[in-house]
Write a protein that binds this ligand. Sequence first.
Ligand SMILES: *[C@@H]1O[C@H](CO)[C@@H](O)[C@H](O)[C@H]1NC(C)=O
Ligand SMILES: *[C@@H]1O[C@H](CO)[C@@H](O)[C@H](O)[C@H]1NC(C)=O
Ligand SMILES: *[C@@H]1O[C@H](CO)[C@@H](O)[C@H](O)[C@H]1NC(C)=O
Ligand SMILES: *[C@@H]1O[C@H](CO)[C@@H](O)[C@H](O)[C@H]1NC(C)=O
Length: 335
Amino acid sequence: MAFPNPKIVFAVLATLLSTAISAVQYPLPVTVLHDFGYPSWLENLAVRSNGEILTTRLDTPALYQVDHITGTPVLVATWDGTTEHSGALGIAETTSDVFYVIVAAQFDQATFVKTGGVNSVYEVNMNTFALADDNATVASNATVTLVTDIPGADFLNGMATLDDEHIYVGDVYNGVVYLVDTTTGAYQIAVDDPLMKFEADNTTNLGVNGLKVRGGYLYWTNTNRGFLARIAVGADGLPTGVGQVVAVNLPKPDDFVFATDGTAFLAQNQQDTLSVAWGVENSSGVPVTAVPIAGNNKSTILAGVSSGKFGRTASDGNRLYLSTSGGKLHPSEAM
Ligand SMILES: *[C@@H]1O[C@H](CO)[C@@H](O)[C@H](O)[C@H]1NC(C)=O
Ligand SMILES: *[C@@H]1O[C@H](CO)[C@@H](O)[C@H](O)[C@H]1NC(C)=O
Ligand SMILES: *[C@@H]1O[C@H](CO)[C@@H](O)[C@H](O)[C@H]1NC(C)=O
Ligand SMILES: *[C@@H]1O[C@H](CO)[C@@H](O)[C@H](O)[C@H]1NC(C)=O
């Protein structure tokens, strides 16, 4: 079996965002922006306001910037990968160019079971980051500081921004979501919903995975149970309702992203597939049925697709950038 190389790719979504599913041409074509080579595992993405892409690696605790036009990668930060951490995961922005990154404890790369070290949240302030004139070497580093360790967490994975000072981080094994004050480092378990837990069906022990905040709700995917769910949250980030499933037909979802119109794009890492769910905000108790639009489990084009983010410049706002792992968790039949 030959695994394809982990990549950042993009799909151009010009027609999709304004067109109903019956008129959409799919599978969507996917273009490679940068190939990171094998072995590596790209886990999550953020896009800076200047358009440049940030990507975390799960196979080693590292953060890269990738030029959104040329695809040239530059190393932004690394963490202790020998005794403390195994990889970097969720990333989210609060105020302009201030990002937070989950740096996971040491874990078994095959089972994700914690073997030592600690789960941590770091701040990566890109306001101090600058490239040299060659656009390929660092002239001034990002400012990286520890926000907090979370010793009680088994495996922190997803992250979402609540407001300028607070982020959510999810423990994908324990099925709980922490709220972290990025100024003080204080944290608490904010959401502990039954729909965040995995069920012991032996397919995967990953529960709450991708996280996003939108319109007064915290949304999440549950990898083991194959759905997108949400819960209403107040301004303090604590739940004001109960969890509900808003999209189904999503085997093994990883992270996801909302387009500006509320359409959800969901990366199904272990199915090598990208699916789309329309109207989840108005699902009013009846989950919508997600539809696959790119990749599939017999293709390598989106092997191990792990997360997506839209471009932020005038020229790439309709591009959905996607990170891939190379499909180590669920090799496609084409490999
Ligand atoms: C560096 O990037 C800037 C902005 O995209 C561009 O104008 C410039 O031509 C690039 N320089 C090189 C050496 O590629
Ligand atoms: C950036 O940080 C790295 C790692 O600490 C260091 O090797 C490098 O010299 C720094 N670069 C600059 C321009 O300060
Ligand atoms: C499923 O997992 C449970 C708990 O770890 C274990 O006892 C059981 O043998 C497993 N079943 C199969 C079919 O693997
Ligand atoms: C591959 O995808 C098809 C269509 O979604 C699904 O029916 C099938 O169970 C998948 N196969 C595996 C091995 O996951």
